[in-house]
Write a protein that binds this ligand. Sequence first.
Ligand code: NAP
Length: 340
Amino acid sequence: MSLQVGVIGTGMIGQDHIRRLTRVLSGVSVVAVSDIDRNRAADAAPEGAEVFAEAGDLIRSDKVQAVVICSWGPAHEAQLLDCIAAGKPVFCEKPMVTSEAAALKVMEAEVAFGRRLVQVGFMRRFDADYRRLKAVIDGGTLGAPLMYHSTHRNASVPEGLYTSEMPLNDTLVHDADVTRWLLDDEIAGVEVRVPRRSTRGKDLRDPVVVLLHMASGALVDVEISVNIAYGYDIRGEVSCEMGVAALPNRPATVISDRHGIRQAIPEDWRERFIEAYDQEFREWIVAAGQGTATGPSTWDGYAATLVADAALRAVESGQTETVAMRDKPDLYARPVAAVA
Ligand code: NAP
């Protein structure tokens, strides 16, 4: 029987996830949708799906077995707590929550429940190129990782996200999470440097360079440019003791004509990570069908929240700000069985 899913938040990514859940993936159906804007929810609802005015009513509905949260960040905390109270597996888009206090509340509720229910939307962990890069590092033939260079460039910022903090509280979480996962290391401190601003960015603090000090002593630099016009460009290179491993340029048709030789650049995250999003949901559907969650956890969402908070402090202080994590609860220390 297919997993009956309710989707909360039917904006840009909510609509894209509804498309993949209804038209791309199998073993799942979207039976309910909800959005603060009821008309937007009704427009996005697949045929036969019920439209709920209140997210809480969707979560508690008997017809919904698992929930996908795509509302804006500040709404995630209450919606996650409702899912945990209902004992329903939930996929939550990043940022998991927007404060340390909220992250701790969600973590405490899940630990008290006693089983993992939450998967956070860090889709890079499901990207085939990132997985191959991690396999090389884990294989150990290059020795220990010493440095990681991460580049995160967006062509533009959607109107609703236009704040000076956005590069640090919205964008950095992807680089922070993929760094922790690739290097199998925690982030202990964060430094931020702001070069000359792009004149295209109005009030945006853009670009920024973030230095992540890892618990092992490895050092990570992240270039974040959210307004760079030419496209969505994600790169990564790990320098190890005996070699370097880098993400490949995405395979794309090479065009040769009178303008020269060139390859297309993805327009945005939907295009670059389309297969990663599909795979992240493929694995979520299997785990959710078993009443649990496997991929990036509440612990990972908590870590990313602390890093974003430290980055915001660091940009003000000009100093390295410490990331002080609690001890990891056993629930997240257990190895998670791989899901095919
Ligand atoms: P969006 O286009 O603004 O869509 C969010 C939708 O949620 C809007 O329709 C919004 O309504 C609605 N909403 C807000 N509060 C709600 C609530 N309490 N209950 C129900 N619906 C509510 O934003 P988006 O770009 O889709 O982003 C949604 C989430 O996905 C964000 O957390 C974002 O960071 C994340 N995201 C992740 C990735 C990724 O690569 N993993 C990429 C893009 C976005 P109003 O517009 O009326 O407020």
